[in-house]
Design a protein around this ligand. Structure first.
Ligand SMILES: Nc1ncnc2c1ncn2[C@@H]1O[C@H](COP(=O)(O)OP(=O)(O)OP(=O)(O)O)[C@@H](O)[C@H]1O
Ligand SMILES: [Mg+2]
Length: 250
């Protein structure tokens, strides 16, 4: 089943044109990786997909489970099952991790006509998933992302994803700034979330994350569009040779 269909997407911010005809289809069960030089538009793509304001989509369309979501707000896209793990997670001073997670779980459940979870039931669920990602109880009592280390922020993003069960998960450089142990924790956390009902889009600069999360497809993005697609071997070419070959050939 097709979960996400991006067709000839063009998007700009102010005068700056950043996406230039980006197309990609993700079916249920598939994991796609996007690699590309700094500034090629990867984060912009993830923001545009998630419905962040500030971007003008000038051409093309985005379908999520066959529904055109181009005009939908970020929260509506999220209710339809889209999740974005940010490259730079935002701080929420005054909101504890536990409160935040309870809120997102229940709003997602309400959107899916499921009863809200309460009391010990929801706390247990959160604690269990947090423990899998080696996130401590103390961290859940702190304000979201405030003073978290880079690696803690990334693990907290994956925790959100594991609690929301999205249909499409977009991970923007979830590996950046992780030490080798955190990389393994995050890699395993993501791999456990692979499912025949879910599609994943993993943006990364490094082959090493893809050793953990073995993608079905790797796409090379340059200047706002995909130049080349292949299997995991493409990531190895990038690691060895950089992007020159892809740019020269196109
Ligand atoms: N608000 C903005 N105003 C002007 N230009 C912007 C804005 N946001 C992004 N850009 C530009 O768009 C281009 C693409 O940025 P983007 O963050 O999407 O790249 P990226 O592929 O994610 O890079 P990286 O690998 O460094 O994370 C960059 O040249 C960036 O400077
Ligand atoms: Mg980026």
């Amino acid at each position: 089943m097709n979960l996400l269909k991006i067709d000839n997407l063009h998007a700009s911010i102010g005068e700056e044109k950043i996406l230039n005809g980006f197309s990609l289809e993700i079916n249920a069960g598939e994991t796609h990786a996007i690699m590309g030089p700094n500034g090629s538009g990867k984060s912009t793509l993830s923001y545009v997909l998630s419905g962040k304001d500030d971007y003008d989509v000038t051409e093309g369309s985005i379908h999520l489970k066959s529904k055109n979501i181009s005009g939908l707000e970020a929260d509506e896209r999220s209710k339809l099952g889209m999740f974005l793990a940010f490259q730079y997670p935002i701080e929420l001073p005054g909101v504890t991790g536990m409160t935040f997670l309870r809120t997102i779980i229940n709003s997602s459940r309400l959107a899916n006509n499921l009863p809200e979870l309460e009391g010990i039931e929801i706390v247990k669920l959160i604690r269990e998933k947090a423990a899998n990602l080696e996130i401590s109880q103390d961290m859940l009592k702190r304000f979201v992302n405030v003073g978290f280390s880079g690696g803690e922020k990334k693990r907290f993003e994956i925790l959100q994803m594991s609690l929301l069960n999205p249909s499409i998960a977009i991970l923007d450089e979830t590996d950046s700034g992780l030490d080798v142990d955190a990389l393994r924790i995050v890699g395993n956390g993501v791999t456990e979330l692979k499912s025949k009902d879910r599609g994943m889009l993993v943006i990364t600069h490094y082959q090493r994350l893809l050793d953990h999360i073995i993608p079905d497809f790797v796409h090379i993005m340059v200047k706002g569009k995909i130049l080349e697609s292949g299997g995991p071997e493409l990531a190895k070419v990038v690691e060895k040779e950089g992007y020159k070959r892809f740019i020269d050939e196109n």
